[in-house]
Structures are given as C-alpha cells and as structure tokens.
Design a protein around this ligand. Structure first.
Ligand code: TXA
Ligand code: MG
Length: 316
C-alpha cells in the first residue's frame, strides 16, 4: 500500500523522478505525474486502466506559466481564469509542442486548471512543470474525495498519496472550450453554468454523452458505483423493490421504508449535496445494497452537474 502523508518535499522528489502521486484538490483527488514526461503520463494511463484516447487535464499554479505552454489565451478564457482560478474550472487552450501529444490524445488543445487546495498549490509552486492529474480512480468508477478512497482503489499503483483531507467541492471541474467567439461547456462540474454566464454571457452546452472527438473521455457510462442505479420517484421505486435491499440517496427527505438511507443535504443546499455525493455512492457498496435508488435534483446551479453524474452512474 502507498504511504499517505503531508510531505510536499517528498511528493516533489517523486514527481521530479517520473513517479506518480495522489494529490488533493478542492474538486476530487487527482493521480498526478509530470505533464511533460511521457513516461509519467503512461504510468497514469496504466494505473487508471484508462484508454489513451481519453486526454488528461494539466494543473499548475499560475496563469503566466500556462501562457508558456499554450499558443494563445482567448479574452473570454482570460476573464474566466481571472475570476475563477484557483477553482473548479478547466480551460481548453491550443497547446504548444512542449505539451506531449500523449497528454491530449493527439488533440490540438490541452486542458488546464489551477486547483484551489493549499497543499497542491504549494507543491505546484515548487515545480517547473505542470502536473497531469485525472481523477484518481480506476477508469469508469466514482471519483475519490478523500485520501483513503485513493488508497482503496489505487494504493498499490501510486508512489505516494498527499493527504489534504476531504474535498470541499466533491465534484469534478467544469470543462470549458472556446470556438470563434463562443464559450462552450463540455463537462458540467463544480463551477455552475450560471456563474460562468455572469462573466461571459450565454454559453453553449456540448456535453459529451458518448465517444466524441472533442472530448473523447466523457463517455455516457461512467461513475459506476458497481451497483445498479435507478433515478425516479424514490417512494414509488422503493415500494416496487420491496424484496430487494435498496439503498436510497435523496436530496433532503428521509424515507422510512428504505433499508439504507443517505440524505445529501437536509437543508437542500446543492453545494453540500455535491460535496457528499461520491462518498455516499461509495458507501452503498459497503452497505451491500442490491440497488441504489435516487431522484432527479433541481436542474439549476450544481444540481445540473449532480444530475449529469447520477445519469452516468445509472447508465454504467
Ligand atoms: O476536477 C477535475 O477536473 C479533476 C481534478 C483532479 O482536477 N480532474 C479530472 O480529470 O476530473 P479527468 O481526467 O477525470 O477528467 C478530465 C476530463 C475528461 O472528461 C477528458 O476527456 C477531458 O477532461 N479533457 C481532458 N483534456 C481534454 C482535451 N484536450 N480536449 C477535450 N477534453 C479534454
Ligand atoms: Mg475522471
């Protein structure tokens, strides 16, 4: 099993030697390696069992560093970066040759993000290369929101896990690209569409439901908790499933008939619900339920990203 700790110097040494490290961010934990080192990138794909046609996000701590690795930074991209970084926003920018094609699966754009976590920001400030860091889960499964989740699933494959506690946001970053003057949201995430629109005006949604050359990784079936997921009216579904062990994940209400009951936010706070979602999906496995029953969340703010993840879980 990998060592878990808070030793930034050690993490830096491992990464500088081409190793891979589990790192905390405010969204989910990432599986990090040098984004300029094809050997480290290959280790990440292999550890995650991720197909190489699914590109990785690069992380760093300063916009001026990113400017040395991309050809241009569109005005609207800069407005979003200045407003929301460090934070749960990933920007697709035209890459220079310094960025290996393996990182972007041969695509012309590279995904960049400045994450908002003190340990990882400190680590990034000590590195002169960006860190490739997809979510630190095996391909197709639920993303990790605490160090123990990384250890459970990838503990024998990583060189070290930097422990930054529980992720504050709990759902992955929002992925945004730019075409002509249009702003395109490719993945719903921890920064809401409404917040983005306040800065750059109306955006287009091009969510990738299936294999797609724009963002080949965002397959419809993903976020598998390893148990069937049903989305609907919780009361009706629990009634129908009487002879099976159903685990309910509700937004705010408690259902007495459910055998296992997890409420994501009694006060109906979508941020709190997002923060708890992936942990609760994992806990259902420990509860050994036969089926997970959940509901559609309000289609606003982070509710859109929560619904996206639940639909993908149900399709997996
Ligand atoms: O919050 C996050 O974004 C987390 C933390 C660790 O930063 N990372 C994360 O990475 O969720 P990952 O690899 O699980 O998801 C990255 C998504 C994938 O859906 C991938 O297809 C897309 O971003 N992506 C990465 N590079 C891309 C590119 N060059 N063009 C289009 N989509 C890209
Ligand atoms: Mg992922």
């Amino acid at each position: 099993m990998a060592e878990i700790g808070k030793d930034i110097d050690y993490a830096k040494d491992v990464l500088s030697d081409g190793g891979i490290v589990g790192v905390p961010t405010e969204t989910v934990y990432g599986l990090a390696g040098s984004a300029l080192d094809t050997g480290a990138i290959l280790k990440i794909y292999k550890a995650k069992n991720r197909p190489q046609f699914d590109p990785l996000i690069a992380h760093t701590n300063r916009i001026d560093k990113i400017e040395t690795w991309v050809h241009d930074f569109p005005l609207k991209a800069m407005q979003l970066a200045e407003k929301f970084w460090p934070g749960p926003l990933t920007l697709l920018l035209n890459k220079t040759d310094a960025i290996p094609d393996l990182l972007t699966s041969g695509l012309a754009r590279v995904a960049f993000r400045i994450p908002n976590h003190p340990l990882t920001l400190e680590l990034l400030s000590r590195l002169d290369f960006p860190l490739a860091a997809p979510s630190a889960n095996p391909f197709g499964f639920v993303s990790p929101t605490q160090a123990s989740h990384v250890e459970d699933q990838l503990g024998d494959k990583v060189d070290y896990i930097l422990n930054g506690g529980k992720c504050r946001i709990g759902i992955e970053s929002t992925v945004v690209g730019f075409e002509e003057d249009e702003v395109i949201v490719h993945r719903l995430g921890g920064l809401s569409v409404e917040e983005i629109e306040e800065v750059v005006g109306p955006v287009q949604l091009k969510l990738n439901k299936s294999s797609n050359p724009e963002a080949p990784g965002m397959m419809k079936s993903h976020y598998s908790p390893g148990i069937p997921v049903i989305i609907g009216s919780i009361r009706d579904e629990v009634e129908k499933l009487k002879d099976r062990k159903a685990g309910v994940i509700s937004f705010s209400e408690f259902y007495h008939d459910a055998q296992v009951m997890k409420v994501l936010s009694p006060t109906r706070d979508l941020h709190q619900a997002a923060k708890n979602l992936f942990r609760v999906l994992r806990e259902m496995k420990d509860e050994e339920v036969d089926v997970i029953v959940t509901e559609k969340f309000p289609n606003e703010g982070l509710g859109k990203a929560i619904n996206d993840r639940l639909e993908r879980s149900a399709a997996s």
